[in-house]
Ligand binder design. Structure first.
Ligand code: GTP
Ligand code: MG
Length: 258
């Protein structure tokens, strides 16, 4: 997710040097089209403001997970979250999505119909941690669930596994409260390992169809092995947790209240 970091400005200085040739046709056809340039001219400040609101929503959600991690670490005697990654969608990929979904070029449509401008990825230690964190997060009274996709219970045909939530979270501005949508993806380290590498392998342009299918089968097989590893690590953790519960450690300071 972090590859899109800091790409939320419409025309960052030096952008023309960083665009790959692969994107050039798309940019000419879309970023440089008359209707898009008119849209930018009329909306530069509101667009910057909208992206800033999404960044604020990310900060709220990230803080919530840091708080949950800290508070659960006492009970669990370990941190359930390994790491948190955040990103605001790049303008380039926002435009691609609007084009693909035929979404009109205005800010209201963007807010209403694009759910993943703000993205937070929570990387957990064990599969159970994902569900514990997701339910603790959704139980908070300022979080509204918009949609849930459980690709752990029902993996995608590619083999992709992750729990996705689209939520609304309020952000508090100078004289206004706004509800912003955020996409939260929960993965174990193992699920993230697979998804990150598989994502990088998407640039397999001209493979003959039979090789493309063989590689897709291979990636699905890797995903199944990774799922098996997650289950085995979870089983080890469960056995240790049960043993610790049944055999509590004696205090080194008997009679001392804490
Ligand atoms: P998008 O339009 O792509 O956002 O699809 P959607 O609205 O149907 O959402 P979906 O539930 O498919 O999740 C989209 C996000 O999940 C993507 O942006 C990726 O981050 C991730 N994702 C979904 N499928 C895959 C996959 O097969 N491989 C990898 N690596 N990531 C995936
Ligand atoms: Mg997406």
């Amino acid at each position: 997710m972090n590859q899109e970091n800091n790409e939320n400005m419409l025309f960052p200085v030096g952008m023309e040097n960083t665009l790959s040739t692969a994107n050039e046709d798309f940019v000419r056809e879309n970023l440089m089209s008359d209707s898009f340039l008119d849209f930018v001219e009329e909306n530069t400040k509101p667009i910057d403001q909208l992206f800033a609101y999404y960044q604020c929503a990310i900060m709220e959600v990230e803080t919530k997970f840091k708080v949950l991690d800290e508070s659960l670490s006492v009970e669990l005697e370990r941190n359930p979250i390994e790491s948190i990654k955040t990103r605001v969608k790049s303008v380039d990929s926002l435009l691609r999505k609007m084009k693909k979904k035929n979404i009109p070029l205005n800010l209201q449509s963007i807010e209403e119909r694009i759910n993943d401008i703000a993205g937070v990825r929570v990387i957990c230690s064990f599969p159970d941690d994902i569900y514990d964190l997701a339910s603790a997060f959704l139980a908070q009274d300022d979080i509204t669930l918009i949609a849930k996709k459980d690709y752990i219970k029902d993996p995608k045909p590619s083999g992709y596994r992750s729990l996705h939530l689209i939520v609304e979270v309020p952000i508090f501005l100078k004289d206004e409260k706004r509800n912003m949508k955020v996409e939260v993806q929960f993965r174990t380290i193992a699920m993230d390992f697979w998804a990150s590498l598989e994502h990088k392998l998407h640039y397999k342009h001209d493979l003959p169809p039979e090789r493309a299918k063989a590689l897709a089968d291979e990636l699905r097989d890797c995903a199944e092995r990774i799922e098996n590893l997650d289950q085995r690590m979870q089983a080890v953790r469960n056995e240790i947790a049960t043993y610790n519960e049944e055999n509590p450690k004696e205090s080194e300071f008997p009679g001392f209240p804490f």
